[in-house]
Structure formats: C-alpha cells, structure tokens
Design a protein around this ligand. Structure first.
Ligand SMILES: Cc1cc2nc3c(=O)[nH]c(=O)nc-3n(C[C@H](O)[C@H](O)[C@H](O)COP(=O)(O)OP(=O)(O)OC[C@H]3O[C@@H](n4cnc5c(N)ncnc54)[C@H](O)[C@@H]3O)c2cc1C
Length: 300
C-alpha cells in the first residue's frame, strides 16, 4: 500500500513526486510517459530560470530531479480508479492494480481533433498534432496549420524552417499572443485564411490536399498540401475518472484552491483541472501544492 499514487508525469506529476518524496511519503508515479505536453514544443521562454529552453530538455531536467528521489516510477496507462473503503485502487491497462491512501491526478491534456473525413485515415500519413515532432518530415512541401491560438502559431514557427508554403486556417480571428502575431507577419511563406475551416482531408496513400470552407458564405475550395497540422486546442485526459469525481462541462476535474476534488484523499493538479491558465510553471506549482496537501491529510 502506497501513501500516495500520482497519475501522470508531466510538470505537475513530476513536481508532486519530488515534493512527496521529500516529505518521506511512500509514493509512486504511474504514467504513460515522462514529460507530457512540454515534450511537444521546441522553445519555452516563460519558465523561470531559463531565458529559452527546448521543452524536451526542460522535461529531461525534471525527470533527472525525480530520479534523485526514492519514488517508484511505473510506465503504463491508468484505466480507472476505485474507492476501496479507506483507500484507492488504481487499475492499469496491463491488469496492474496499485493501492494507495491518497491519489493525485495530473493527467493533463491531449490535442483536440477536427472530426472531418480523412482525419483518422491519414493520421501519421500527413495529419499530425505535433509540429515539433513531425515538422522535419515536411521539407520543401506545402502544409496547412489549422488553428489560430498560440499553439497554432508556434507550429507555424516550427514549420517555417521546413515547409515551402504554410496555409494557416483559423475559424476565428487569431487569438495568439501579440508577440506571436507580430512574428507571424514577418514570415512571407504564410498565407492566412481567417474565418475559414477545414471540412475534408484528401489523399490516396498520403495526404494530398484539404477542402477549405469560408465560414460566412460556405464557399469551398481545395488547397494542395502534403501535411496538415491540427492545432485547435486540447481536451483533458479525465475519462478514466467517469462517475467517480466531479468535473466541469469541458471534462476538467473540479478542484478547490488546495487541489482537493470532491472525494476526500483524491487530489488533482495541472491542466487536467479547472485551475485557471494552463502553463508549465502553474502546473508545477499546483503539483507541489497537491503533494503538500496530500501529506497533510495523511498526517490526520
Ligand atoms: C505545443 C505546446 C506548446 C506549449 N508551450 C508552452 C510554453 O511555451 N510555456 C508554458 O508554460 N506552457 C506551454 N504549454 C503548456 C504546458 O505544456 C502545459 O500547461 C503543461 O505541460 C501541463 O502539465 P501537466 O503536468 O498538467 O500535464 P501534461 O503535460 O499534459 O502531462 C500529463 C501526463 O499524464 C500522462 N497521462 C495522461 N493520461 C494518462 C493515463 N490515463 N494514465 C497514465 N498517464 C496518463 C501523460 O502521458 C503525461 O505524462 C504548451 C503546450 C503545448 C501543447
């Protein structure tokens, strides 16, 4: 029986792990991977202590710090959490079952999909959700980026080094930070389609084009692209808690300012929760807070 199981190992989970270990808790981190979303971005300029750092490099530093502590690290996918009298049972896809007196959920978010014909068929055959990972595969070919927020513009900046042309398709006016929008204006290979949407992804074996629709008039036209980068937001990885914990309409876990959910002993932190603003520094801070609160509860 663990004192604490942390589910997820992004910035929130890894920070919670370090704080729990330093409090002397018998703890485990169970996660699909180590690093989470921050692994998908090349340039982080707002994590204090680093003027600029590659996301994966920052997460490697987090993981190295976790490894300094006595903490079980179990790499697998959690399928469900059950309450068993005064403890929790955490079930994993590989039939594992781990018991703990407290749990912190830090399962973060995953990319939202377009849900248009061709998206599933051409996933990893031209359709991508990670420009940092897949950008180099699209050298000297035209690509589309779908979205208008910070993630979409960051994808454009990644792809600028590889693609021959970048078609930026946004359902609304751009919502990205002003500093990103200013940088966008200086990139001549970008063509913007504001208040447009993608209705179909076409191809034979690989992506060959997309159908774009102007929102106001419903007028449609095709763009010949070989890559489609979908950057239209994220949704929380919280389905495995269905029926157990109280969530907001968008699936985020409801927490109070002590990272406590509606179930005593079940805490949550980071992007998977209703905490305002989703950033590495915030997720890390919330992870630290959740671990301290779990420790306080275990003392009672
Ligand atoms: C492209 C991009 C660029 C970004 N750039 C910045 C930036 O410049 N600065 C900044 O501050 N923030 C940035 N962010 C946001 C930042 O990455 C997140 O706010 C932060 O990673 C959230 O941390 P987290 O630990 O809550 O969740 P995540 O990082 O999402 O980590 C969740 C962890 O849970 C695991 N997991 C999920 N489901 C399960 C399950 N069922 N079982 C087991 N494990 C599971 C995942 O594998 C992962 O390890 C960016 C995000 C993206 C997508």
């Amino acid at each position: 029986m663990y004192d604490l199981i942390i589910i997820g190992a992004g910035p929130a989970g890894m920070t919670a792990g370090v704080f729990a270990a330093r409090k002397g808790l018998k703890a485990a981190i169970i996660s699909k991977d180590f690093g989470g979303q921050a692994n998908w971005t090349s340039d982080i300029e707002n994590y204090m202590g680093f003027t600029e750092i590659d996301g994966e490099a920052l997460m490697n530093r987090f993981e190295a710090q976790v490894k300094e502590h006595r903490l079980d690290r179990i790499q697998t996918d959690v399928q469900g959490v059950r309450i068993d009298s005064a403890s929790f049972s955490v079930k994993t896809v590989d039939q594992g079952e781990y018991m703990a007196r407290t749990v912190i959920v830090t399962t973060g978010k995953r990319p939202r999909t377009l849900n248009v014909p061709g998206e599933n068929e051409y996933r990893n055959k031209g359709v991508s959700y990670c420009s940092t990972c897949d950008g180099p595969l699209f050298r000297s070919v035209p690509v589309a980026v779908v979205g208008g927020g910070n993630s979409a513009l960051k994808a454009v900046f990644d792809l600028e080094h590889y693609a021959s042309e970048i078609h930026l398709i946004s359902l609304t006016e751009l919502t990205a930070d002003a500093v990103f929008q200013e940088r966008l204006r200086s990139i001549s290979k970008v063509k913007q389609y504001i208040k447009h949407t993608v209705t179909e992804i076409k191809g034979t074996k690989l992506v060959e084009g997309i159908v774009v629709e102007k929102v106001e008039t419903k007028e449609q036209f095709e763009l010949p692209v070989q890559g489609v980068f979908v950057e239209i937001g994220l949704e929380p990885n919280t389905e495995f808690l269905e029926g157990l914990v109280e969530k907001a309409a968008n699936g985020e876990i409801k927490i109070d300012c002590e990272c406590q959910t509606n179930i005593p002993g079940l805490f949550a932190a980071g992007d998977a929760t209703t905490v305002p603003e989703k950033q590495i520094i915030i997720a890390a801070g919330e992870g630290a807070k959740a671990a301290i609160k779990a420790w306080e509860q275990l003392l009672q």
